[in-house]
Each structure stands twice: as C-alpha cells, then as structure tokens.
Design a protein around this ligand. Structure first.
Ligand code: SF4
Length: 132
C-alpha cells in the first residue's frame, strides 16, 4: 500500500494537467484560472508554478492549500500515464514509489478513467500496461 511521506516533492515544478472539472471546482473556491494555471502548447491547462512550486503549495507547512479540492491528477499521483507508450507507472521522482502496489493502481483506476474521459485522451484502459 502506498505510504506517502508528505515530502511535498510532487508539488515542486509541477506539470500537473487540469481537467475541466478540476478547473470548475477550483474556480468555485474563488481562484482565477489565469492565476493558478497556464495553457500549454497542446491546449491543456496545467497548474502554474510560483518560485518553483505549485501555485497552491504552502511552503511553510509543505501542504496543499486546496487539498480537499485538488486536481484529479494530484489524487492519482504518484501514478502517471505515459500516453505515447500506453503505460501506467509510478513517477520515478517520488521517494515512496517502491510502496505502490497493484491494489493502489486498481483503486485509482476510476479516477484515471475520469481523466482519460474528460481530456478525451487516446488511452484505452483495457489495453494499457501497468509497470510498477
Ligand atoms: S494542487 Fe495541491 S497537491 Fe496538487 S500539485 Fe498543487 S499543491 Fe500539490
């Protein structure tokens, strides 16, 4: 079972993609899209970095300011999707990556499916490989 070390490394230099529902949920909190996100060349919104960390990361407490409302991708992490080779794997930057189990992946599959659906990704979950 994944044992998060609460190190906050995953919130540094984030490239986390936001789904439309992430954006709506965060905007409802009063945050302005152009401030907390940047639009990448592929047209997707990603979390904005400020001084090397996510806009929502509180450096003093090493915690997320919107934890209960955080993006789906942050809930899935340290699992990542490698779209080009159709693989679900664990981010090599996570110091607790070795604690991730197949059960963790199975538990997160509904969230992964939601990201795939919301972003209309070409990623058939029935054919994907899981590499831990
Ligand atoms: S939204 Fe929260 S959990 Fe996600 S990268 Fe930003 S600070 Fe970290």
């Amino acid at each position: 079972m994944f044992k998060c070390l609460k190190c906050g490394k995953c919130c540094l230099n984030t490239e986390m993609v936001l789904t439309p529902s992430d954006i709506r949920r965060i905007e409802k909190l009063g945050y302005v899209l152009e401030k907390f996100a940047v639009k990448s060349k592929d047209g997707l919104y990603k979390l904005r970095n400020i001084n090397g960390h996510c806009y929502f990361f509180n450096k003093k407490t090493t915690s997320c300011r919107i934890y209960d409302y955080r993006p789906i991708g942050c809930r899935i992490y340290p699992l990542i999707l490698l779209l080009d080779i159709k693989v679900i794997t664990v981010d090599s930057n996570c110091p607790a990556r070795s604690t991730v189990t197949l059960e963790d992946v199975i538990e997160k599959l509904p969230l992964i499916a939601r990201v795939v659906e919301e972003l209309k990704l070409n990623f058939d979950l029935s054919k994907v490989k899981i590499v831990l």
